[in-house]
Design a protein around this ligand. Structure first.
Ligand SMILES: *Cc1c(COP(=O)(O)O)cnc(C)c1O
Length: 403
């Protein structure tokens, strides 16, 4: 069994894995298969293929950045993407040598360490360009830069109105040998809403304008990238030189009404534990804080030792849970450490029986929990807390403990 912070290559099959009381089981074979499925979509009419950046920020959306990054690279991902430089440095410290881009900085970002570790830096404005240039000078080596344009999302990225000045300064620094403007990129706002193509089209047009601005400044970025998972899956016209894929790597669909399988994707994470208690209760038994549930008839309740401290959203009442392969309702409030399921009158389940909240073995999609929580799968998997060990396995016995 490997945990997020363990040595790299110990990735046994689930059958060999020592049991963890609770675990986010992550199947690296699914990650590799998802990379292959995504790459198969990246061919272009001219016969060339867009490159694939595996976005492994936020511990690979809760899946474990180092093992996921390795699996994605093995399967043919070309680069890695993270939000923070510190995330990139952690990958370098783990021995990951692939190209990495980090794009969200503060005045306290360790830019010099990034340059020294050969981490490419997104640059959204004059302050971060100057900070990167200063770091490159201090480090005595050229910094690799991807200029980030704001084509409409309104977060970081340089507005088109400000881009000529930024491009001119970047070109001057490039001429001095301080930076190499390798890339131009931007991020889409509504690509996951298929009925809002016009707004994505407008961002695509603005991205073209950003290219023209850089060109006028004498910059010819070799890697232009715009697409996230939804656009990688549905907008081949926006693939450009590279796509940046996060959610799809993990086998999740960004579209509420389209299952991952429609795109050849397999969910990589299963949230599992075992029943901690089973008890027959009479009708009228209150269940959990606030008595938001009372049993309507005599029944058997099962105690699942996962709660909001583990990242199960407190608001998600009523989502399905699989106990020994059988779907049963979750009843009452999610507490800090535990939640309760109604196993039904005469239920035969016992303490120690396998429980799965979501995952391929039970077939419960992470979406079911995301929906019950009024959120998206991005948040659901990312918020699984550090109290839940990530257990990485490689294929086959994903169902171990849950079937
Ligand atoms: C998180 C992020 C991505 C990945 O988005 P997905 O929808 O998960 O593929 C891509 N680009 C940027 C700039 C991001 O911040």
């Amino acid at each position: 069994m490997t945990r997020m912070d363990d040595a790299p290559d110990l990735t046994p099959s689930a059958a060999e894995a020592a049991p963890a009381e609770r675990r986010a089981l992550v199947d690296l074979a699914a990650v590799r298969s998802n990379v292959a499925a995504l790459r198969a979509r990246l061919g272009r009419p001219d016969g060339a293929s867009a490159a694939l950046m595996a976005v492994v920020k936020a511990e690979a959306y809760g899946h474990g950045a180092v093992p996921v990054a390795r699996a994605a690279l093995e399967a043919g991902a070309d680069r890695l993407g993270v939000a923070h430089v510190t995330e990139a440095l952690a990958l370098r410290a783990a021995g990951v040598t692939a190209p990495i881009l980090a794009w969200l900085h503060t005045r306290d970002t360790p830019f010099r360490a990034a340059v020294e570790a050969d981490v490419a830096l997104g640059v959204s404005g004059m302050w971060d360009l100057e900070a990167v240039a200063q770091a490159a000078r201090a480090a005595g080596r050229r910094a690799t830069v991807h200029v980030k344009a704001d084509t409409g999302l309104g977060r970081n990225g340089c507005l088109l109105a400000d881009l000529p000045a930024l491009a001119a300064r970047a070109a001057a620094l490039q001429d001095e040998g301080v930076v190499d403007v390798e890339g131009l990129f931007s991020h889409l706002a509504v690509a996951d809403e298929l009925d809002r193509a016009a707004e994505t089209d407008a961002q695509a047009v603005a991205f073209g304008e950003a290219t023209v601005v850089l060109d006028a400044a004498g910059l010819r970025p070799r890697v232009r990238h715009l697409a996230n998972t939804p656009a990688a899956l549905t907008r081949p016209d926006l693939h450009h030189d590279m796509v940046r894929v996060g959610l799809g790597l993990y086998g999740l669909s960004p579209f509420p009404d389209r299952a991952p399988a429609e795109f050849g994707l397999r969910p990589a994470m299963s949230l599992q534990t075992t029943l901690a208690a089973v008890k027959a209760v009479p009708a009228g038994q209150g269940v959990s804080y606030g008595f938001r549930h009372r049993t309507a008839e005599p029944t058997v309740l099962g105690l699942v030792p996962l709660g909001y401290a583990d990242g199960v959203p407190r608001i998600a009442e009523g989502a399905p849970v699989a106990v020994a392969g059988r779907r049963v309702p979750h009843v009452g409030r999610v507490a800090m450490d535990q939640l309760v399921v109604d196993l039904g009158p005469g239920a035969a389940e016992r303490v120690g029986d396998p429980v799965e909240l979501f995952g391929p073995a039970s077939g419960i999609p992470a979406d079911a929990w995301a929906e019950a929580a009024g959120t998206i799968t991005y948040e659901l998997v990312t918020r699984i807390s550090p109290r839940v060990p990530r257990v990485h396995v490689d294929g086959a016995a994903v169902g171990e403990g849950a079937a």
